[in-house]
Design a protein around this ligand. Structure first.
Ligand code: SAM
Length: 260
């Protein structure tokens, strides 16, 4: 990947960790935008589904424990569940209490379907759908930095559009690694920021809702030796969701290496 003629060692565009007050401000913003996102049916989940080539790498397999971290009001896993089987589904998001009690305003067919079932929202829809099939769903409002799960408990973890919203990126990656089984799969989708974004889109660095800034080099550094990619793409600026603010977007379906 081209690094736009900047010194690779200059990492002043990276923000891996913010203090708790800064994170709480971002979460207040997130709560407000979630109200709009809930009403507009989808928080780019279909877009990620298409870019991940319909998650075809995951298809037709059984996973005992499936966890979506920072699942948001809509979840990305709803696009995966129809093509896999599982025993237990786990949702984690600090705002999950809000997400499960908020009513919907949208009007597309997906929402109409949900309304017909539970008159509530997507997570409640999944709760109803899968509890009817005797599958268990568990909700947690813990932070990704401190997951309430056992070591190697999860077979599949989905983390899409979350890491630039957190408090401590490195701690989140450590927790994902801890709770994922050896040989388990991580679906990682993330907008990236570099020096060019910092220089030519300074407003993206003042954006209250996205306190963390990471680039592809940092992602590669964190993943190397720990995961083996089954699917990996780095989208260019123009292929991304917000070309003005992000030089690239990372997508990976990664298998955790067996570590003795
Ligand atoms: C932009 S939303 C994306 C939601 C969902 N992943 C999606 O793609 O639709 C970011 C989510 O990350 C959650 N989040 C922020 N900080 C978090 C943290 N420290 N641990 C876990 N989730 C966090 C927010 O509450 C929010 O629901």
């Amino acid at each position: 990947m081209r690094v736009y003629g900047v010194n690779k060692m200059d990492e002043s565009h990276i923000i891996q960790k913010v203090d708790i007050n800064r994170w709480e401000q971002a979460q207040e913003f997130e709560l407000k935008s979630a109200e709009q996102a809930i009403g507009s049916d989808d928080d780019w989940n279909k877009w990620w589904y298409e870019k991940f080539e319909e998650y075809s790498v995951l298809k037709s397999k059984h996973y005992n424990n499936v966890l979506e971290v920072g699942c948001g009001p809509h979840t990305n896993v709803r696009y995966i569940l129809p093509s896999i089987t599982f025993d237990k589904l786990w949702f984690e998001d600090p705002l999950i209490q809000f997400y499960i009690t908020h009513n919907l305003n949208g009007s597309n067919s997906y929402l109409r379907k949900i309304r017909n079932h539970v008159k509530k929202n997507p997570i409640n829809y999944l709760l109803k759908l899968y509890s009817d099939k005797n599958m268990v769903i568990d909700l947690s409002s813990s932070k990704l930095e401190d997951l309430p799960y056992k070591d190697q408990q999860m077979d599949l973890i989905i983390c899409i559009n979350v890491l630039d919203h957190v408090n401590d990126f490195k701690k989140c990656m450590e927790e994902i690694f801890r709770v994922l089984k050896n040989g388990g799969l991580l679906v990682l989708g993330q907008d990236l920021s570099n020096k060019e974004d910092q220089m030519y889109c300074p407003e993206s660095y003042e954006d209250i809702g996205h306190p963390i800034k990471i680039d592809h080099l940092l992602i590669e550094k964190i993943l190397v030796g720990k995961y083996h990619p089954l699917f990996e793409k780095i989208l260019t600026r123009d292929e991304g969701r917000n070309p003005k603010a992000h030089y690239a977007t990372y997508l990976g379906i990664l298998q955790k290496e067996t570590i003795q």
